[in-house]
Design a protein around this ligand. Structure first.
Ligand code: FPP
Length: 235
């Protein structure tokens, strides 16, 4: 597969697990299980394409409103995913990161997640970022709170506040803004995902449900992206 130099960062809203399961008369948790399989396939595809950063919206700050049994199933899948994939990450030199209010996750899942993040921190083939207990508004509010503290402590002067300084208070300022945002299952919404970082990202919406999404679909999205002209507000 030809390496793709113009797409450094792809962010994905993985939508449609529930519908995939309902269409087959299966419990929603089965849709999420298939969705976790898709995560592995798409990660492989992203590495083949030379994509440096892949951010996946795995659990939003709003997803707590779902029935306890579904939340429980999702957290269980996350733990299983980490247990199964950690050796792979090490072998393939993949770094795992997470963005979101990690301290609000169940302690077992948070512990596993942070251990995997720590163990893979020096891996350099690519970075998988799991957005967990993540909300774009929460991130901006958390950054504003951290910035306000820095101002109150005299470390930052209000006149110094600009976009670059504000960005440095986001969850992980090292991660570049996404070039491409993909959403599966045809919904035309941003759903509180990376509100700050998606300012100039290209959007690619596909009707495919996340469990049906393949590495070939990722190639298709990246090919569509490469035909776009990005102007970043200029001409
Ligand atoms: C949206 O589908 C998907 C989610 C809320 C969770 C995404 C989780 C996974 C893909 C599996 C676990 C992830 C990892 C990293 C192990 P939906 O349930 O809203 O689908 P619907 O809109 O069809 O109901």
């Amino acid at each position: 597969m030809e390496k793709c130099s113009s797409v450094r960062h792809v962010a994905i809203i993985m939508d449609g697990n529930g519908r995939w399961a309902e269409q087959r008369g299966l419990p929603r948790s089965e849709g999420h299980r298939q969705g976790a399989e898709t995560v592995s396939r798409v990660l492989e595809g992203a590495l083949d394409l030379g994509i440096e950063y892949l951010t996946l919206y795995a659990f939003s700050t709003e997803n707590w409103k779902r029935p306890v049994s579904e939340v429980h199933a999702l957290m269980g899948l996350l733990e299983e995913f980490i247990d199964q994939k950690l050796p792979d990450f090490q072998e393939k030199n993949v770094r795992l990161k997470t963005i979101g209010r990690t301290s609000g996750l169940p302690s077992g899942a948070a512990k596993k997640l942070l251990r995997a993040v720590d163990l893979t921190r020096n891996n350099r083939a690519g970075t998988l970022i799991l957005a967990l207990n993540y909300g774009g508004r929460a991130e901006i509010a958390d950054a504003a709170a951290a910035l306000a503290k820095a101002v109150a402590a005299g470390k930052v002067h209000p006149e110094q506040v600009n976009e670059a300084l504000f960005s440095s208070f986001l969850y992980d300022p090292e991660i570049p803004d996404p070039d491409l945002m993909i959403r599966t299952s045809g919904e035309l919404r941003i759903s509180n995902f990376l509100l700050w970082q998606l300012a100039y990202s290209e959007f690619y919406i596909t009707d495919k449900l996340w469990p049906d999404f393949t590495a070939g679909d990722l190639v298709e999205a990246v090919t569509a992206f490469s035909r776009r002209k990005r102007r970043f507000g200029g001409r």
